[in-house]
Design a protein around this ligand. Structure first.
Ligand code: PLP
Ligand code: COI
Length: 361
């Protein structure tokens, strides 16, 4: 498959773009171009087009509006010390995108084609990549069901779109996020779509997120749907719990039971933490373990991780069972070390031992 390039003839003026890139926020501004590709059951994927960023015009009876058949990914392009740009593990996002699509009966996009579209957009919109460490160009590929009709069945037409937005950290790195542990709403059950990055999972999480905000919390942590006690993940991030301190610390994360999104940051941190000399464990962690662990001091730090969030300390946790705090409520030393280690690899200032970076420019 090829990418037919017809970039915007009216890009944002350089001084205006530079202002936006200096204070990017998250999802506030979009780059000059996007990539779009069509699939149908008979012909498969057609060549992709790189063209000016702009609205999509869709028939009101387009299936995605009615039955929510949509998947997406989130990945970042990072400036390198020599001014070049690298992607972080793009093939991992490509594979997860295909897996998510398959789960909701959308077509799988070949890994190479997916990565090719990402590279093409980063090259076309390279001036939009922020230069500060911890900032990046966030890429948002997504796929929607675009057959027109109201019958409830898999769409035989799909549209892939890739957009990009300059991004600062999702959370302030100096501050710990507070979480609401939802005992009322669950995010996913076994056999459902928890492992897939589909829009429906996020729609289902918004009411709990609203409740969290009402409780004065930044994010929601979900527990399992059956026993209602095992900590799973947050609405858009995986979780890590640290026991002990210094070189004897053990870094633990909830096991992938089939209901959690297998985060690429989560996976990278398992390797990175080992490289830094820490013990790691994928295990089951209950709300009682969380509460008792932070109260006794056995759990010294907790952090959330994800592409958008990078690594963000988790301070207070609140639920109907009470409120408890991790350590002194501030980001701890191991959380900071892991955050710096990951950003160092992503921005090319520490050796990339595992071949995670893919140089684009
Ligand atoms: N869990 C959920 C529900 C997410 O939306 C995300 C974000 O993509 C993650 C975890 C972290 O995944 P990753 O590290 O691949 O960004
Ligand atoms: C990401 O980290 O890429 C996500 O999709 C999570 C979302 C909260 C922005």
């Amino acid at each position: 498959m090829k990418i037919i390039s017809n970039p915007s003839s009216n890009p944002v003026a350089a001084d205006e773009r530079n202002k936006k890139v200096l204070e990017p926020g998250f999802g506030k501004y979009y780059t000059d171009n996007m990539v779009i590709a069509q699939w149908n059951e008979n012909t498969g994927w057609a060549d992709a087009k790189l063209e000016a960023y702009g609205p999509l015009t869709l028939d009101p009876a387009t299936m995605v509006f009615h039955y929510g058949q949509e998947v997406f990914e989130g990945m970042k392009a990072y400036v390198q010390p020599d001014g070049g740009v690298s992607l972080f593990r793009p093939e991992a996002n490509a594979k997860r995108f295909a897996k998510s699509a398959a789960r909701i009966a959308l077509p799988e996009m070949p890994v190479d084609f997916f990565v090719q579209t990402i590279e093409a957009l980063v090259k076309a919109d390279k001036e939009w990549v922020p230069k500060k460490i911890g900032e990046s160009l966030y890429l948002r590929p997504f796929m929607i069901a675009t057959e027109v009709g109201l019958g409830v069945r898999p769409s035989n037409h799909a549209t892939y779109v890739l957009i990009a937005t300059p991004a600062a950290a999702y959370f302030n790195a100096d501050k710990a996020v507070t979480v609401w542990i939802s005992t009322e709403y669950v995010r996913a059950a076994l056999g459902g779509t928890g492992e897939a990055k589909c829009g429906g999972n996020y729609a289902a999480s918004l009411l709990a997120q609203k409740q969290a905000a009402k409780e004065g919390c930044d994010q929601v942590a979900y527990i399992d749907a059956v026993e209602r006690k095992w900590v799973e993940e947050m609405g858009g991030m995986n979780l890590y719990f640290i026991k002990g301190s210094g070189k004897d610390a053990k870094i633990m994360t909830p096991k992938l039971t089939g209901t959690l999104l297998p985060g690429i940051t989560r996976d990278s941190i398992l390797t990175l933490a080992n490289d830094l000399g820490f013990k790691t464990e994928e295990t089951m962690i209950s709300i009682d373990d969380w509460r008792d662990g932070v109260k006794s001091g056995e759990i010294t730090e907790i952090f959330a991780c994800g592409t958008a969030a990078v690594v963000s300390a988790v301070g207070a946790a609140k639920s109907i069972h009470g409120t408890w705090q991790t350590g002194d409520g501030k980001p701890g030393p191991i959380t900071n070390q892991i955050r710096a280690g990951l950003l160092g690899i992503q921005h090319g200032s520490t050796p990339d031992k595992h071949g995670w970076n893919k140089r684009v420019i």
